[in-house]
Design a protein around this ligand. Structure first.
Ligand code: FAD
Length: 496
């Protein structure tokens, strides 16, 4: 393996932890080159990853200074002054096989003061425990029936990116992963066009049967050595830079959510950790220069910065294939989608799962490689569409960047989804992968695309009975949130 960032050590940990008898893991990394050092907000699936490896949540959270994350608060995306929470949970629960949002829409359209296109008097977030807990800065581990919307929701973590890979490294090394420190300067090829060995600056060689490229944006094995082409998505996702800086923790509550605030040439993240806050401005260099981004980020901080802002450059897209010959790229070496929905570490996790499911016994079989590539492509393509939605479905016309995003041509796959949603409130389900229906509902409504129609089966219940059921649900969620502990206090107890 090449690369000891989050992707490298997550992959190494999964290989030794789950299929350690089928392979020997050797990882080469260079402290001199270092890691990208960002990537602090995650998705709930990471909990499954850690649990499968037997990692105890409280230990992991203490080691990485983590906080709980109930979702992302989007500010100023649909329009300046607008906000909504995209939660890790469902809205209400299905009734007679019809998803909750259809009933909510029926009621929404029946309210005289809420014409199409305007926010209703009871936003759909009031029917989601995760949203309401986030609004009140509360958290407790979900308990009881996982399908009960009054007791259950998903959650993820926000952690110190510089502590996560070392945590996974220690875990993987204890279970047999070997680590070599040094800079790879030459990649030796085998006679069938694959990789035979990594050669370090001091002449040491690391041979292998399968090479996993976790070398970050450089993509040394897949991109540079195997010359796999880059598929560029900057026409839809033009943000190509970020300035990032940590700031002091403010007095007061710790938000159990990530904030994404739209800015004139992109958006700004705010991720509260136990010991500090992570901040960054993701922007399009075609619309803003680095100095302007840096100044805007510093001006927006609510507490003093703890260091000088760091500049990061990237572009949106992916390698056409992530597995070529005996080289499999995972993490930034495979592709990059900006962190608007905190999806990169999740893409790492998905690639690890796809690889382990198809791990070669002796030689690489084309069927495994092609299956892996198809699965990775689907993961990337779907997340790409979801990200574009946040930018494109906007009424903002206050800067050249937002005018461009609002009026650009979007992929057909996304245009079809939006059209179907507008007409009938249906969200086609994916066979696997992200994003699930509640996420699309949250962001489509959050971005003010309110459908004109809904599933006609939602018209069956008597109107007064529907009103009562919705009000009961809303009140139950409010009552539950009222007795939930404060997030900061809960964190203190849970990770002590
Ligand atoms: P890196 O961390 O860059 O690691 C590369 C490794 O390869 C290093 O160990 C390096 O030393 C090694 N290496 C490279 N070349 C050589 C060589 N020649 N010899 C030896 N070693 C070598 N993801 C999220 O999920 N949530 C977020 O909130 C999030 N925010 C982000 C914000 C920004 C601005 C950016 C740019 C990314 C963000 N990400 C986020 C993505 C996340 O940071 C990465 O997906 C994750 O850290 C994995 O990185 P990596 O391990 O692939 O690469």
């Amino acid at each position: 393996m090449l690369g000891g960032g989050t992707a490298g050590w997550m992959t190494a940990a999964a290989l030794v932890g789950l299929i350690g008898s089928a392979c020997t893991v050797e990882l080469v990394e260079s402290a001199e080159i270092g890691v990208v050092g960002v990537g602090e907000a995650t998705l709930p699936h990471l909990r499954g990853f850690l649990k499968t490896l037997g990692i105890i949540e409280a230990e992991f959270m203490a080691a990485t200074h983590a906080t709980y994350k109930l979702g992302i608060e989007f500010r100023d995306f649909a329009n300046v002054g607008d906000r909504y929470v995209h939660p890790f949970g469902t809205f209400g629960r299905p009734f007679e096989g019809v998803d909750f949002h259809h009933y909510w829409l029926r009621r929404h359209h029946s309210l005289p003061a809420s014409p199409v296109g305007q926010k209703p008097s009871f936003p759909i977030g009031e029917y989601c425990l995760g949203v309401m807990a986030a609004e009140h800065r509360r958290f407790a581990h979900p308990q009881g029936d996982a399908d009960d919307p009054t007791t259950s929701y998903g959650y993820a973590y926000q952690f110190d990116a510089t502590r996560f890979a070392p945590f996974m490294r220690a875990w993987a090394q204890m279970r047999g992963a070997r680590r070599t420190e040094g800079i790879v300067t030459t990649v030796e090829r085998n006679d069938v066009g694959g990789v035979a060995a990594l050669v370090l600056a001091d002449g040491r060689r690391t041979e292998g049967d399968l090479f996993i490229d976790c070398s970050g944006f450089r993509s040394l094995l897949l991109g540079e050595t195997m010359t796999e082409p880059w598929e560029d998505w900057s026409q839809w996702l033009p943000c190509d830079r970020a300035v990032a800086v940590a700031s002091a923790s403010p007095d007061g509550p710790i938000e159990p959510f990530t904030q994404a605030t739209a800015m004139p040439a992109g958006w700004r993240w705010r991720i509260p950790l136990r010991h500090r806050v992570g901040n960054g401005y993701v922007y399009a260099s075609g619309f803003l220069d680095d100095e302007g981004a840096r100044d805007a980020l510093l001006a927006a901080l609510d507490t003093p910065p703890l260091a000088e802002p760091r500049l990061l450059r990237f572009s949106a897209g992916r390698r056409r294939r992530s597995w070529v010959g005996n080289v499999v790229a995972i993490g930034l070496a495979s592709g990059f989608l900006e962190p608007l929905e905190s999806t990169s570490i999740h893409l790492v996790q998905m690639a690890i799962t796809h690889l382990i499911e198809r791990f070669p016994e002796r030689v690489v079989e084309a069927i495994d490689r092609d299956g892996f590539n198809a699965a990775v492509d689907a993961d990337y393509d779907r997340i790409r569409d979801f990200l574009i939605l946040h930018y494109h479905a906007t009424a903002r016309n206050d800067s050249p960047f937002w005018n461009h995003m609002r009026t650009m041509t979007i992929p057909d796959s996304l245009a079809d989804r939006i059209a179907l949603w507008r007409r009938s409130a249906h969200v086609p389900r994916y066979g696997f992968g992200l994003f699930l229906e509640p996420s699309w509902v949250a962001v489509l409504l959050g971005q003010n695309i309110v459908p004109e129609g809904w599933d006609q089966r939602a018209d069956l219940p008597d109107g007064a009975a529907l009103d009562r059921a919705l009000d009961t649900l809303r009140r139950s969620i409010h009552d539950r949130v009222a007795v939930m502990p404060d997030h900061a206090a809960y964190l203190q107890r849970a990770t002590a």
